[in-house]
Design a protein around this ligand. Structure first.
Ligand SMILES: *Cc1c(COP(=O)(O)O)cnc(C)c1O
Length: 460
């Protein structure tokens, strides 16, 4: 099983080349549970099977039910649109079994990942001493960062390691932060927002009230640079003023909006991000890296090391037990140990294309969102619900019920036009278009908007 097999290699490579050449890749279709169960019935047994047969199961039955996130008209959730360079280099990682846990095992890979993290830190305005690691995504980044925020906060207050503390979050914060707080056993101080944006003023009011309510001390605040549902950027500067004035940890969740760091006009809206004590950016979203790739940065990495470094005698070797190295181990900056150096495909693509190309590609998504907003405004029967700040456009189809939006979404996918899923805005089901792929055309957008108006496929 571990020796090179020319035939097997050729067959898999042929499939890869076929997939890479598809332009665009198929949007895909919904999977049928029974069909899939049938297709997989005898897939794994005690005896070997010819690779061509196994591949045929994959290409014939499994792959068609996987929606291509890199299709330009994938506008649901937050799309993923890896550059070809990044996607290709991801294969190098797998084929080389790169293990990115420590400097000892993968110095070159970790050094390249750190070069990318340095670029992000510089764009965000974090100090030269900042640093971190790549994790699987925003959820892993938020969890890893907020453990450090919690423990650092307790230490600053002289509390013991089980003392209850609170973390301030807005009522719009990403669901992964809610999960994180539950996992950490930290109570949320939920700050209400007017107009969906956390402001310094709202945080001030909530923190003042928290000082008097007899609850656990607040040790940190979370701000979002680009909410997932609507692309709204919190008042980072105002929030930072509060956290700095009160010696609280500021965590900025820029999982989706982080791409804006590349574009000067958009970067302007992130003013205040330079005050983050920890920052999460998902390159697998608006920075065109393959899944899964999240970047986690700390203003003061030694605080993260103090929390995350795992102590086991067999790990002494990676922690410079010989005393003459000062290793940078990605495993010291998040809750993970084994990890693929998933920042490396992004490093390769950034080096190959240059950062100007990233700036332009990021800007295209935002420009298309603005154009779509203008089109929606001008179209009878459609209502733009909010001016897009990043790349999400929320649109109401006058008179539609939730079921109309869901039927519309299914019809667009079945027709191979686009993958667009509805969302809820202020209690109402609406159409939500999340742009990201730089090659989406205005023609496709017009087609999607027109499809919102043709009600004939729907029961009255
Ligand atoms: C996507 C997203 C997350 C979660 O990131 P994953 O990579 O899916 O784990 C967290 N916060 C925000 C704002 C996001 O957009």
């Amino acid at each position: 099983m571990h020796s090179y097999d020319e035939d097997l290699t050729q067959q898999v490579m042929d499939h890869l080349l076929h997939r890479l050449r598809l332009d665009p890749p198929p949007l895909g279709r919904l999977g049928d549970h029974q069909e899939l169960t049938l297709a997989l019935k005898d897939a794994i047994g005690p005896a070997p099977q010819p690779p061509a047969d196994v591949l045929r199961t994959y290409t014939g039955a499994l792959e068609p039910t996987v929606v291509s996130c890199d299709h330009p008209a994938f506008l649901a959730f937050i799309p993923g649109a890896p550059t070809k360079a990044a996607a290709l280099f991801d294969m190098v990682l797998s084929a080389s079994s790169l293990h990115g846990v420590s400097w000892l095992e993968a110095a070159g890979a970790v050094a390249a990942e750190n070069q990318v993290l340095r670029l992000f830190a510089d764009l965000a305005g974090l100090p030269p001493s900042s640093g971190g690691c790549f994790v699987s995504g925003g959820s892993a980044g938020n969890l890893s960062a907020l453990v450090v925020a919690r423990d650092t906060g307790r230490r600053r207050l002289g509390l013991d390691e089980r003392a209850p503390v609170r973390i301030a979050v807005s009522d719009q914060v990403h669901s992964s932060v809610g999960n994180t707080l539950r996992i950490l056993g930290v109570e949320a101080l939920v700050v209400p927002t007017a107009d969906h944006r956390l402001t310094g003023e709202a945080l001030r009011t909530a923190l003042d009230a928290a000082e008097r309510d007899g609850g656990a001390p607040v040790v940190a605040a979370v701000a979002t640079a680009g909410t997932t549902n609507a692309g709204i950027i919190d008042d980072l500067a105002g929030v930072a003023e509060q956290t700095r004035g009160r010696n609280l940890w500021l965590h900025v969740d820029a999982a989706y909006g982080g791409g804006a760091l590349f574009v000067p006009e958009l970067r302007e809206r992130l003013r205040g991000i330079e005050h983050a004590d920890s920052l999460v950016v998902d390159p697998h979203k608006w920075m065109f890296a393959p899944f899964d790739c999240g970047a986690l940065l700390y203003r003061d990495p030694k605080l993260a090391r103090a929390v995350h470094t795992q102590d086991a005698s067999y790990l002494d070797a990676i922690h410079g037990a010989d005393g003459d190295t000062e290793p940078w181990n990605p495993s010291d900056y998040a809750y993970h140990l084994t990890r693929r150096p998933r920042g490396l495909p992004l490093w390769f693509s950034l080096a190959e294309h240059g950062t100007d190309a990233y700036r332009d590609a990021v800007a295209k998504g935002a420009a298309m969102a603005r154009r779509t907003a203008r089109l929606a405004e001008r179209t009878e029967g459609l209502e733009l619900l909010r001016e897009p700040e990043l790349t999400v456009v929320l649109i109401r189809r006058t008179g539609w019920q939730p079921s109309d939006y869901y039927a519309w979404s299914k019809r667009l996918l079945a027709a191979g036009t686009a993958f667009v899923t509805p969302s809820v805005w202020e209690g109402e089901t609406v159409a939500r278009l999340a742009f990201l792929h730089p090659d989406i055309t205005e023609e496709t957008v017009r087609e999607i908007l027109a499809s919102l108006l043709t009600g004939d496929h729907f029961p009255a």
